[in-house]
Design a protein. Sequence first.
Length: 328
Amino acid sequence: MISPFTGGETVLLTETRKTVFRKEEYEYTHICYKCVDTGETFTTTQMDVVNIAQIYNGYRSRHGIPFPDEIKDIRNRYELSASKMSKILGFGDNQYRLYENGEMPSLANGRVLRAIQSPKTFETFVDAAKETLSDEEYIKIKKRLEEYSDKAFMNDLYCNLIYGDGGRNKYNGYAMQSISRLKNVILYFIEKFNGVFVTQMNKLLFYTDFLSYRENGQAMTGLAFKAIQYGPVPDRWDKVYALLDDIHQVEAEGKSGYIGNKLISDISCDLSSFTNEQMEILEKVYTTFKNDNSTSISKKSHDELAWIDNNELHSFIDFKYAFYLKNI
């Protein structure tokens, strides 16, 4: 980065700061550049996004307020427009769309949004708003709720087995816990590498999530990571690979003679499930580690402060370590 003050050199600064948001104090990792010649600091637009995202992450997590991607997902699962959601919930005409786009809800509205993630709770709002809906709309929504309720139990069961019940927090990068997105991230690397050994995949997922948090203020897969003897690995990694449909494990020999379990699949990754920003993360991780095998990428992960600081106690890794990645 060139200094906007002198056109000279800059250095990247990373420091822990505290700030007040809605009368509450939040700690976050502030990133900025420092002009070598003048000592002045400055941020880019993307840095501002990441700095603010960390504060918002903490507020939403503390108060149980759904994240924008969850708010959009609620609407999609019930197959309703944003304006129709606003009408049913009694919000302003365009308010639901604003929440989807990142505007922070009030605590009261945030709790409503959290509650309607349950189909049965949302049904009470639909019934209360019946007079504002046409008969056709009302019947269609009720039918959709009945269909979704039948699927919700199994989806919640699988989510709990893979993710646990900790919610979005600093140990999973405040990412949406989506089995579909997780599966497509894994399929992306399986397709790129023509099959991926489990040890190698563990490290690819680590770098994907931590790079995503560093660049965008939110991880991708929703997994939490632990520092163990052989580097950072997803918590419950064995369940992750065993429970995902269409992903299989076979015993295989690597180029160096290493024999281990290799992840393979007969289906392709659905690239449409990723945003442009997420695709950039996946492509960068692949490009950076495309020539690595299980042994070399594991060795590189041992250079990361995320592993060094947490290895002794095999602790969960706070995503603040994303700002100290060395190998990507």
